[in-house]
Design a protein around this ligand. Structure first.
Ligand code: ADP
Ligand code: ZN
Length: 683
């Protein structure tokens, strides 16, 4: 007996070089022989004298001959109960492989901080209420299809415009899942995680069954929720992307609302995961459906579901995940039509010597709606930073001669860079198309809109009092309580004009909105990103969906320098299918996702030359070891070339031939790269 020692596998909760093993073997001291289980936390010596946390990944306690040298011993066991289930450990392994991230960092991201005391955040004040709707035929169909899929790892795309009754469908299905004693995860975009959005779920199911996870929770409160979920005392988990890691014990359903929203991708720290992909894996592990609900599904999701349906119909009877596409084509309040969208050509405004931010049409609508006592939203895109150069006279946009994509204006280098082929261009002083001198970078801020608006209204209303105008952006909401104040002013109808970015989220009362003015639809259209059309379409459709609830369909005035663009045209007609059909052709023709996969690598260093050298070294290595099916683009300076004192260069990889190419072994060799798989933006 004493000839053998027991050993165990452990994931150290730290960043381990990707090239080396991520799971380490330790000796088990005698006193722990019968106490170790997968998912438990232990303390282990790691790298020199450091003691760190580790997670027991598996406990086949091998017996090793005693000459197994160099192995260190587990120092102590922290708490008898595991903190991750075996399914979650499997999930962590998958994430680490797919996103090429140290396994220990993934596990760390899945765990709360184990602070000394937990604390109940004590959310109360929701009266229970059951509305007893009679479902529409579409809703009935959706509920029964989803119900049939319960217990299988299906992906269900619920495509329905705002107000078409998707949430009601979720509710009805959730009821069935809860009845079976299982848990539900509801993922929502960061922005719609307001108490208002939670209210409906709380009123239907009772707040005591709901675990709300959001960024404002304290560590102690998060730990409280985490434990309640673990003990299955909370069955409905609502939160942004990280809620996908909720420590469920018996998961029956995952819902992802507004699945196209970019906040579902973590971009600022590792693991750089997309909650949709993780949720897909989760649904496989728990053998339960994943519902993607959206008015404007991402091109990739729609394509995947549509093409899987084709495959499934060819090979029926196979087990495994299937795809289901469900549609809710009408608004519940059938008498409320969709808003009329008026597209205004801003080039004509210029030609008519209107140099204001507002077109004549928008001005006239604003005055009218103020008279009618309606509320107005003026929308600006948050990503409207000055990335491109445009001629204000003829709307010419500087594009790459080789790639046709808009060039990116780099402030730091004062040059134009093509983010697709890395070519550099000088900034033109006159417009290459019309010779005009009014060629400049493009971008309007919320302050400028507010100023312009006040000036216009002062002239228009003469000495009458100005209506309440509220700006909602990062600055105006930075103060504690500001958000609530803006919400209250809006809901009470005090605010007449709201200027902002993607602000108005689910749960805001928009029944009095008579007009949505989109200051410029072009800011995202000219982002040098293959998703520009998609983002433009989604943004316009979602914003337009804010108008026209209540008794009046409302008006949308959409200002653009590109009225003929198909994303804008499709948004005008509320035509998702039409948009999808054109966009998927573009993706296919130019080799973009979902037909290829993209990876962004960023190399940074306090010294510019060193950063460049790192990126060039990586490119050389990739050229030597890469597969012929992989295109390498760069290095080019990153759009934000200097961040926190470090210069940054980026390289884009594009897998052309094989979308399922396993990048892990290749990328693991790039010790200096910051790796982003399926990046949300190429900027
Ligand atoms: P979505 O989630 O697609 O935006 P909702 O589920 O929020 O749509 O439905 C829009 C509105 O219609 C909500 O106020 C909701 O309570 C109501 N509603 C949903 N289904 C029905 C129904 N079958 N009968 C009557 N009202 C309904
Ligand atoms: Zn180019």
């Amino acid at each position: 007996m004493s000839n053998f020692k027991r050993v165990i596998n452990i994931i150290p909760l730290t960043s381990v070089n990707l090239g080396s093993t991520q799971i380490f073997t330790y000796l088990v001291p005698l006193n722990l022989h019968d106490h170790l289980r997968p998912g438990q936390l232990v303390r282990v010596p790691f790298g020199g004298r450091r003691l760190i946390l580790g997670l027991v990944s598996s406990v086949e306690m091998h017996r090793l001959p005693k000459e197994a040298k160099g192995l260190k011993e587990v120092t102590e066991l922290i708490g008898a109960t595991p903190v991750l289930t075996e399914k979650h450990i499997a999930l962590a392994n998958w994430i680490a492989k797919y996103y090429v991230t140290p396994l220990g960092l993934v596990v760390k991201a899945m765990l709360p901080k184990f602070v000394k005391k937990n604390k109940d955040p004590q959310i109360t004040g929701y009266e229970k209420f059951n509305p007893d709707y009679i479902l529409t035929d579409y809703q009935k169909n959706a509920v029964s299809e989803i119900t049939r899929a319960l217990g299988s790892p299906s992906t269900i795309l619920l495509h329905g415009i705002t107000g078409s009754g998707k949430t009601e469908v979720y509710m009805q299905v959730i009821e069935r899942v809860l009845f079976a004693g299982k848990q539900v995860i509801i993922l929502v975009p960061e922005i719609s995680l307001t108490t208002q959005a939670i209210e409906r779920f709380a009123r239907r199911f009772g707040i005591e069954r709901i675990a709300l996870l959001h960024s404002k929770l304290r560590d102690s409160e998060r730990l409280f929720m985490w434990q309640k979920i673990w003990e299955n005392e909370k069955q409905i988990i609502i939160g942004p992307r990280s809620a996908v890691f909720a420590p469920v014990q018996d998961l029956g359903l995952i819902i992802m609302d507004e699945e196209h929203d970019p906040s579902f991708k973590q971009y600022d720290q590792h693991p750089k995961y997309h909650a949709r992909e993780v949720a897909g894996k989760l649904s496989e592990l728990w053998i339960c459906p994943l519902i993607l609900g959206d008015a404007t599904p991402s091109i990739t999701s729609y394509f995947n579901v549509a093409s899987n349906i084709d495959q499934a119909s060819m090979s029926r009877g196979e087990t495994g995940g299937k795809s289901i596409l469900l549609t809710l084509p009408h608004r519940i309040m059938a008498d409320v039509g969709l808003p009329k969208v008026r597209v205004v050509d801003m080039r004509k405004e210029l030609a008519a010597k209107n140099f204001s931010i507002f077109s004549e049409a928008l001005k006239a609508e604003m005055i009218m709606k103020l008279k009618q006592n309606k509320q107005i939203i003026l929308f600006l895109n948050r990503r409207g930073s000055a990335t491109f150069i445009m001629c204000r006279d003829c709307a010419y946009v500087s594009t790459c001669e080789h790639c046709q994509v808009p060039l990116v204006y780099h402030l730091t280098t004062q040059s134009l860079v093509c983010h697709h082929c890395a070519r550099n261009y000088d900034i033109p002083t006159a417009c290459p198309a019309c010779g005009g001198a009014r060629i400049k970078y493009f971008g309007i801020g919320t302050e400028a809109v507010e100023e312009g608006l006040k000036k216009f209204l002062k002239e228009e209303l003469k000495d009458k009092e100005l209506p309440l105008i509220v700006r909602m952006d990062r600055d105006s909401t930075a103060v504690a309580g500001a958000h609530k104040q803006i919400y209250d002013d809006w809901t009470a109808g005090r605010t007449r004009i709201l200027i902002g970015t993607q602000m108005i989220s689910k749960g805001w009362d928009v029944s009095r909105v008579g007009l949505v003015g989109i200051i410029t639809a072009d800011t995202i259209l000219h982002l040098p990103d293959y998703r520009s059309n998609e983002r433009t379409f989604q943004m316009l459709t979602q914003v337009a969906g804010r108008a026209g609830r209540g008794s009046d369909p409302g008006v949308v005035v959409l200002q653009t320098y590109n009225p003929e663009n198909f994303a804008i045209q499709a948004a005008k007609l509320h035509d998702y299918q039409g948009f999808f059909a054109r966009e998927i052709e573009v993706r296919k023709k130019f080799g973009y996702p979902p037909f290829t996969r993209l990876i962004k690598l960023v190399f940074s260093h306090p010294d510019r030359e060193k950063a460049l050298a790192l990126s060039e070294r990586a490119v050389n290595l990739l050229r030597q070891e890469g597969s012929p099916g992989i295109e390498i683009i760069g290095p080019i300076p990153s759009f934000i070339m200097r961040l926190r004192g470090r210069f940054r260069f980026q390289v884009i990889l594009k897998s052309v031939a094989n979308v399922d190419f396993d990048f892990y072994p290749l990328l693991a060799k790039l010790a200096d790269a910051d790796i982003d798989i399926d990046p949300e933006s190429l900027l």
